[in-house]
Design a protein around this ligand. Structure first.
Ligand code: KG4
Ligand code: ZN
Length: 342
């Protein structure tokens, strides 16, 4: 089954063609990051206009890369939500138009489900599994006993992990998006030694170390960690904080990785599922990947290319929901996860 995937939920416009949920024939992405960077975050109205500017060209290039004509595809997969409403509408309207012109049914894909299905691309992973999903807008633990039903057992009660990265990067005068910037900076730290004359809850036995927030069950909280970085900045003073920012970046992302690991280990024991997957932009993080790889030697780490937003994951996800394909165009996009399309 050949599926054309369209993704435009945030600041990446993407079109891909995927065969049978796993084989990527093409995957084209245009990132808007450089356009939004001046404002330190995504400007929603601008994002939708930028999607509109490039989506037709991207569709053409993606079909060319896959070396197929649109008439050959079996259905169109499009992200319905969660995401920015105006941005989602660009993708959905293109999908509806193509569906009507070429008489190809649509599969509406939940973006979160798409991130999970990124793990099936170019791989032979099978259910059951526990997936840690950490992106700019969501942090969740999802148990899946089959390819279809997401059992969300925990999520963040405040900031998403990616959001914490982005906010802490701002404290460090690093550009948006903060995750990759903090990650790169953290890799330059050769030790975590902190000044000996300073008292802080973020310094333990002479090294920078942020405490893991204690949150019930499988839920997460990252706003306290972000505040700890802010308090540390106040305690150290601007100059010392910026001087030590690589060490602080490393301690910060180590704390996030440890938080993830503790929760996932608990879920693994309780649900008796050995296979662990990670997904979403934060799954690209070096500390997260390193800690998970060490803790779960059988872990099949998601390819870095498919951690962040892309359309191959959307086309892939639609394959596992292909029975939902339809010509019913009376559907809206949705901004929040509460309105699950599944
Ligand atoms: O999954 P994604 O591309 O988009 C959403 O669905 O939100 O995730 C974007 C988030 C951003 O917050 C970005 O800072 C973060 O993922 N991110 C990272 C890394 N690469 C991207 N966070 C930590 N380390 C990274 N290497
Ligand atoms: Zn995403």
């Amino acid at each position: 089954m050949l599926i054309l995937g369209i993704e435009s939920s945030c600041d990446e416009t993407a079109v891909a063609v995927v065969k049978d949920g796993r084989k990527i024939l093409s995957s084209q992405i245009i990132s808007q990051i450089s356009k939004h960077q001046n404002w330190g975050g995504v400007i929603p109205e601008y994002a939708s206009r930028l999607h509109l500017d490039c989506i037709n060209a991207l569709l053409k290039i993606s079909l060319e890369e896959a070396n197929i004509k649109i008439e050959q595809i079996d259905c169109i997969a499009v992200t319905q939500g969660p995401g920015l409403v105006g941005s989602l509408m660009v993708g959905v309207n293109i999908a509806k138009t193509l569906s009507w012109i070429y008489q190809k049914p649509i599969v509406k894909v939940n973006h979160i489900y798409g991130h999970i299905c990124a793990n099936f691309l170019e791989s032979n992973i099978e259910a059951p599994f526990i997936c840690l999903l950490a992106s700019g807008g969501h942090t969740m633990i999802i148990v899946m006993n089959n390819y279809h039903d997401m059992q969300i057992i925990g999520s963040t009660i405040d900031d998403a992990a990616g959001e914490a990265f982005d906010k802490v990067a701002r404290l460090m005068n690093l550009p948006y998006p903060g995750g990759p910037e903090i990650d790169q900076l953290a890799q330059t730290a050769t030790n975590l030694n902190a000044p000996t004359n300073i008292k802080s809850t973020a310094i333990l036995n002479g090294v920078y170390k942020f405490p893991v927030a204690k949150v019930d069950n499988y839920d997460f909280s990252f706003s306290g960690l972000k505040t700890s970085v802010l308090r540390l900045k106040e305690t150290l003073g601007e100059e010392l904080f910026l001087q030590d920012k690589a060490k602080i970046a490393k301690a910060f992302q180590d704390c996030i990785a440890k938080t993830f690991l503790e929760k996932i280990q608990k879920a693994k024991d309780e649900f008796q599922i050995d296979q662990i997957l990670i997904a979403g932009g934060v799954a690209a993080n070096t500390s997260v990947r390193g800690l998970f790889q060490n803790s779960f030697p059988d872990l099949k780490l998601l390819n870095l290319k498919y951690c962040s937003d892309n359309a191959a994951m959307i086309a892939g996800a639609a394959y596992f929901q292909a029975e939902q394909k339809s010509f019913d165009y009376a559907f809206e996009v949705f901004s929040r996860m509460a309105k699950l399309s599944k």
